[in-house]
Design a protein around this ligand. Structure first.
Ligand SMILES: Cc1cc2nc3c(=O)[nH]c(=O)nc-3n(C[C@H](O)[C@H](O)[C@H](O)COP(=O)(O)O)c2cc1C
Length: 269
């Protein structure tokens, strides 16, 4: 770590054209210089992993480094006895907006012990998910230390509890995008071969969203350049979002004719 260059804070967000804006329907990857370079990698062949025989530890490393970038849910929950808990979870995503729903998965700890977050949510049926921004990643990251139960993750992180509107679990005041969630379903997932349960998948109904006004753009949606979210990219690495590119979604009504023309040209070759 100590010989790594210093962090460059994201000062602005750059939106560019897509990597190959001149691409047309049916055109293969080998039609650009970048595409040809990418395809050279095929010469090395593929390594195919049978997940039913691969060691779980190796699968963990491979999947966590290959399924990237992952957004991070910073989950605040409360136990049945009222003990508050805070932890990051990157097996996380949006499920639906109608109803507003998110999901994340908590692997069991060694000895097949569920993590506090999953146990709390099953018991008290509510939690908050807070999106982490670059400016306070250290504070958020600190909460995954394996501290003894009597040590408060809120206190060690230096983050601020904010009372939620609907749920018992507080939200993180420093988060510019927080969701108050009610447990919809907690699914313990047994391994189809070993029968061993090693993870709980949590589905949460989003009851309220708190979004800081200064990160919204004129259209009322979040500007990634202002939110500065963090993402997980395997191992101990995070990545940031400082550049994006635009690819509008096309409609068959407008482009169908040109797609069919391109396809008929290909079939003539
Ligand atoms: C960025 C980040 C993402 C993580 N994502 C997950 C995850 O998706 N699932 C999981 O089981 N553990 C994940 N962890 C590990 C948990 O945060 C860690 O085990 C934590 O101590 C669990 O706390 P809890 O027992 O209080 O819930 C992640 C850790 C970090 C730093």
């Amino acid at each position: 770590m100590s010989n790594l260059p210093a962090y460059t804070h994201t000062v602005s967000f750059k939106d560019t054209k897509s990597p190959n804006p001149d691409w047309t329907y049916g055109q293969g990857v080998d039609t650009t210089e970048e595409g040809r370079k990418w395809l050279e990698g095929l010469q090395g062949g593929f390594k195919t992993i049978d997940t039913s025989v691969e060691e779980p530890r190796k699968l963990k490393g491979l999947m966590m480094s290959g399924i990237i970038p992952r957004p991070v849910a910073f989950v605040s929950s409360v136990s049945e006895d009222g003990v508050e808990n805070l932890a990051p979870y990157s097996f996380f995503n949006m499920v639906s907006y109608e109803p507003a729903m998110i999901c994340f998965s908590a692997a069991f700890k060694e000895g097949a012990v569920p993590k506090d977050t999953a146990r709390n949510i099953k018991a008290t049926k509510n939690f908050t998910v807070n999106i982490i921004s670059e400016a306070w990643i250290e504070q958020a990251h600190s909460t995954c230390v394996d501290a003894p139960p009597d040590v408060s993750e809120w206190a060690l992180s230096g983050l601020t509890r904010e009372k939620s509107t609907f749920v018992k679990a507080p939200r993180v005041l420093e988060s510019a995008f927080s969701m108050e969630c009610e447990l919809y379903q907690a699914i313990d997932i047994p391994h189809p071969v070993t029968g061993k349960t090693n993870c709980t998948h949590i589905l949460g109904l989003v009851k309220y969203i708190h979004v800081r006004k200064d990160i919204l753009n004129k259209r009322g949606v979040v500007d990634p350049g202002r939110l500065k979210p963090v993402a997980r990219i395997g191992g101990i690495s995070y990545s940031k979002t400082s550049e994006g590119y635009q690819s509008p979604r096309e409609k068959w009504e407008q482009t169908g004719e040109s797609i069919q023309k391109a396809l008929s040209n290909i079939s003539k070759l």
